[in-house]
Write a protein that binds this ligand. Structure first.
Ligand code: ZN
Length: 458
């Protein structure tokens, strides 16, 4: 067997791993590189394999860094299906359509700029178009959780719940009498929505993500308490409360926490706006796919209530509806994307509220270096939004405990029932990966960290 990583090797994004086994070529995920320009440039590089020669493409979950290069596989000649759970197909469809429209916008802007500089001919086309995205979406074939099937001759695959986002799976691949596990992204056991992954048993090798292999998350209870305290402080300050969120998982988690607090009578009746067409779509998918969620959440549905619809919630879809929120100067909770405040409707709400002393921003997600979100968390007193200087008078609160990724203890639990498996570390920052590798080697494990495009014999 041979493993070649075409992404998420010594980095977090771009997940794409080729497994050659039993004479077959299986690809696990084909995601987008995201981040600095040099990294994103890799999206246009050739794959270290011929897309026409792949025998199967397996998709763990719908996040862009796992599905964003699927349209390129189609373009470069892959003729088969993308195998994924039904919910992953739905999430991937939302994500790919959004990515295509963002790429079209970026492309148009780059073209305008280049035209003014007299070099429009140097601007490459978008990575993929809306039509390319639709073609990729149409290629998805649903796979059930828990039922092994033959993905290619001599290769059996089972999709198991990974507890990361709706539809997310880790894969057990059996071929040549051995078992290789691909973790995909694993969830945080302290997550309120998704059940924790059942650890795979008796694997010979585990290709495992290491996003947060260097840390331990706060307990759900502590995070909930902190969220309530921060929210109440923000409400008492009297201004609007802006909660920037990712559309998948975090928005639903915030809605659920608001629902719980309201149901327990712990917060007053506040108008809540979910001002994100994408998060609204994904919230419908979470409702529809609620059989995958934690028993506590399913129980709310069973009672005939909607855990993602706290009283006084308004889903704002059109731009006009969104703009009307600008007239609300106090007392509303506004949930909007993007999660790192790098674009999207949240920018309008920040522009209209950051300069107000009574307003609050509650940060519930990771903020990468170089983003507006990170600048606010780091205490910036003045920021630029749409080219305008905005004074930061609002209070900025950070809640660290909401995370969709496994921490160190989650990863150790996941690996615990495959004590003899070799570990192949992927999907992490190099320093985090190296520390986890050293730590696991000290515990007697064989560990390797795949390099981009370099085949490893398993
Ligand atoms: Zn993910």
């Amino acid at each position: 067997m041979r493993l070649t990583s075409a992404g998420a090797a010594r980095t977090v994004t771009g997940s794409c791993h080729l497994l050659e086994a039993a004479g077959q070529r299986l690809l696990v995920d084909c995601g987008l590189f995201q981040g600095p320009r040099e990294l994103e440039a890799l999206n246009r590089e050739p794959f270290p394999f011929d897309a026409r020669e792949l025998d199967a493409v397996l998709v763990t979950h719908g996040h862009l860094d796992h599905v964003g290069r699927l349209p390129l596989l189609v373009e470069r000649g892959y003729a088969g299906p993308f195998l994924a759970t039904a919910s992953t197909r739905e999430i991937a469809a939302v994500i790919l359509r959004d990515a295509a429209s963002l790429q079209a916008e970026d492309h148009a802007r780059d073209l305008r700029k280049a035209a003014r500089a007299g070099r429009a001919h140097t601007v490459p086309g978008p990575l993929f178009t809306a039509a390319d995205a639709e073609e990729a979406i149409a290629r998805f074939r649903p796979v059930a959780f828990g039922t092994p099937f033959e993905a290619a001759p001599g290769v059996r695959v089972a999709y198991r719940q990974a507890g990361h986002i709706l539809g997310s799976a880790y894969l057990e691949v059996e071929a040549e009498g051995r078992k290789v596990v691909f973790s995909g992204d694993l969830g945080n056991r302290q997550n309120a929505l998704h059940p924790t992954a059942e650890p795979p048993q008796g694997a010979d090798a585990v290709v495992v993500e290491t996003t947060y292999a260097d840390r331990t998350h706060r307990s759900l209870e502590a995070t909930r308490q902190e969220f309530e305290e921060v929210l109440m402080r923000a409400v008492q300050a009297g201004g609007n409360v802006i909660i920037p969120t990712f559309a998948v998982e975090r928005a639903q988690q915030v809605l659920y926490e608001l629902y719980r607090l309201k149901a327990a009578g712990r917060i007053p009746d506040l108008p809540v706006y979910l001002d994100s067409p994408m998060a609204t779509k994904v919230t419908h998918l979470y409702r529809h796919g609620n059989s995958e969620l934690e028993p506590e959440v399913k129980a709310v549905f069973a009672r005939g209530e909607d855990p993602f619809d706290p009283p006084s919630l308004t889903f704002t879809v059109t731009t006009e509806e969104s703009m009307r929120i600008n007239d609300v100067h106090a007392g509303a909770v506004i949930i909007a994307g993007s999660g790192m405040m790098t674009g999207g409707r949240v920018l309008h709400h920040l522009k209209h509220n950051l300069w107000r002393e009574a307003a609050s921003v509650v940060v519930v997600g990771y903020q990468a270096r170089g983003t507006l979100g990170r600048a606010l968390v780091d205490g910036a007193k003045m920021v630029k939004i749409f080219g305008e200087d905005i004074a930061v008078k609002a209070s900025i609160h950070t809640i660290g405990g909401f995370s969709a990724h496994a921490d160190r203890d989650d990863l150790l639990a996941f690996l615990s029932r495959s004590p003899d498996a070799e570990l192949l570390l992927v999907h992490g920052e190099p320093d985090v990966m190296d520390a986890f590798a050293a730590d696991r080697r000290a515990a007697g494990r064989r560990v390797r960290c795949p390099e981009l495009g370099a085949p490893l014999e398993l």
